[in-house]
Write a protein that binds this ligand. Sequence first.
Ligand SMILES: [Cu+2]
Length: 511
Amino acid sequence: MTAQQWNRRKLILSSGLGASWLVAGCQTFAKNELSQDAGPALLVRKNWVDGDTLFKQKYATAVAWFKANDKQTFPASDPRSYLSWKKLASVHAQSCQHMNSLFLPWHRLYLNYFENACRFALQDPTFMLPYWDWTEKSSLPPEFYDLKELASKRNLARDARLPDEFINGKLLKRIVSINDFYAFYSGVSPTVFAQSDMMTSLLEGNCHNAVHTALGGEMLGANAPLDPIFWLHHANLDRIWASWYKLHPSAVLPPDLATGKGARANSLAWLELDLELSFNDKLGKAGAKKSLSKLIPDIPASAYNPLTKARMKVRDLLGSSLGYSYENLEEGPQAKANSGDHNQRNERIIDGISRVEHNVLLSNLTINQETAERLKTLSDEGNHASLLVLNVPIIPDPLVSNRTILRFFAFNAEEMTVNAANELRSAAALQRPDYLGSFNFLLQDHMHHEQVSQGVVHLNLDVTEWLRSRGNYERMTLLMIALDTGKNNAIVDLFGDIETEMKIQYSTLDS
Ligand SMILES: [Cu+2]
């Protein structure tokens, strides 16, 4: 949108129906309006469980306001009619980003818009979106069952815990310790880089997906934001991003894919990407996609927060650009300061031959003396290593797919027997020193678009700690098993004709 169009739109809004509520908002809250002097640090998103009744009631009231608006509180010609619960949810179905480096920025744009919509609904410029810290309290807060505004159809019983395999403090530490752009951000952006390299990170493939699948109901599909917990779940992911961003100043921009160097070309292209919120009237299923930024560009937010837009560049969403922070950030090892440029993608890759035996994927990797020593030095210097698992097939049947999990192990041996693989199905297997990590599928419909059309996903598992402690392998077997949690963790026949491969790649911080 050009500046001229922008101004015209504003003019229409302030001379038409939009004017009354805009003015009303300004008059009522002129004194309380978020002042620049107050400084961004004062806007703090708080943990739901620490909030008092009033704090929780505010959120419930906002949700009720949007839901009432589904029944056309306002005529379709009134911009306020776009702030309905269903239309806001359909924005996710229409324009969400997953499995690439826009996953976190896009959801931040979305949350920011929603937070300001809540401020408008409540006529309260001080409202801040709460977050649900599931590692601290991994059952759903009781209010999401007790308050009718916050209830939703779900599979997770009251007081039941989220699956510990995907939600735990140790995993979270590991996630915020990742000092590589691609490993943290779920791959590159297919819209910037010629090499369309979608990847699912530990954060997305564990915490994000597992909360969606464990809750079930609305949270499974593309219209997941219909469940009021969606916004608190994503606020927590956003909080983890904020924590990571602070800890890894040298990894916050993408290094160049082609050269592996910290080239600025890619970084700039990524920063300049436009992210957009779109919706349609039919909850994302059919009907024309409409850009929210054209219909309701910065309203109702303008009265409450000048930084709210339905269309923003990645650069304007990074760090504390939006002017809020979190009550509590995760702590982790501070990345080693380097000469100031971005981290590099190292070309050194340890590759192995993968094969499938009895539905278990095996990959033999050889680490010779030289590589072993280099690996040890690299990890001692604080560099990062990833296990890349490419072309993991998505099970077409959503019922089975939602129950299927993947587990990864590494052995100092040439092969695994089927019997040994069976031992890896128990919960105790997660305590083994050769356990590398897990992955949780999420309904294809949730990703909704072109991204999963190939029927496969690629995974990026951080294995830095593991290599550091066990870097003296000469030969090892990487192993992947797929388990059906609905059938007593039976091994799933996942592979068929698909050629899946596993390899280890590491990136360095040296300049
Ligand atoms: Cu999500």
